[in-house]
Design a protein. Structure first.
Length: 71
């Protein structure tokens, strides 16, 4: 599936909220995006949480190559 940027960002945010964790490879495959695009989406999402969600942070877990919400 090829999604627009806003659709991709909403998909990632929904996965993060619903599952508490997002797997990089799964998102890249599902959205049909490049690794670079995924990194840009995550930078934007992390900036959003930093600026507007004081009580939560998007954290990268190197061991599982995934991101999760930390409160």
């Amino acid at each position: 599936m090829k999604a627009s940027k806003s659709q991709g960002m909403m998909f990632i945010l929904n996965m993060l909220i619903t599952n508490g964790r997002i797997d990089k490879k799964t998102v890249i495959k599902t959205l049909g995006i490049s690794n670079l695009t995924f990194r840009r989406y995550m930078q934007e999402l992390r900036a959003f949480y930093f600026n507007f969600m004081d009580h939560e942070e998007v954290v990268y877990d190197k061991a599982s190559d995934s991101y999760f919400l930390e409160k």
